[in-house]
Design a protein around this ligand. Sequence first.
Ligand code: ADP
Ligand code: MG
Length: 201
Amino acid sequence: MSLEFRHIAHAYGEVRALEDISFTAPAGEITCLLGASGCGKSTLLGLAAGLLRVQQGEVALGDEVLADAQRNPPPEARPVGLVFQDGALFPHMTLAANVAFGLPKARRDEADSWLAKVGLAGMGARYPHELSGGQQQRAALARAMAPEPQVLLMDEPFASVDIVLRRKLRRECRILLREAGATVVLVTHDPAEALDIADRI
Ligand code: ADP
Ligand code: MG
């Protein structure tokens, strides 16, 4: 399902972060938003995810308006997954519990197979602090992908991973996202990263 931004404007008080932004992230493709720090990338993702209320314009999923100035469904009611820069795993929960968190009860036992897909087979009983930064980021990816969201929003997801591992991780990530067939919007300020992973920039 495509994700479309139509004439979005957004202000934080006096700061006008976005002005008349329109673009479509096509279904099943990886679209990169590439731009300098402060240009409004995270704001756009926040509007689609429901972390921010749309002030002007609309966000559409396929043929349906997901959010506009009137409609503001909460994040958990949107078929949208989010991955942040620091992974943001729940520190007091095991990896398996982290991944199972977003799954319906009947599917909780799928957590281990999602961990295996991101190269963390057998690590379900570990806690986030027992992992390297790259492993934590993989786990965060598994958690975001497990509920099989129609749209996955990724905000600088590899920024906290060291540079050697980063290249490897994003290649693997691209393959996984491809398999899942998800519509992805990935934010980065790194042109090399955008060229490496994107279908469209
Ligand atoms: P990016 O993700 O591209 O770095 P952001 O979307 O985070 O950019 O921010 C866009 C602009 O909005 C920046 O000028 C930033 O300082 C400002 N901004 C972001 N969040 C807030 C906030 N909560 N309050 C005030 N200004 C903000
Ligand atoms: Mg940002």
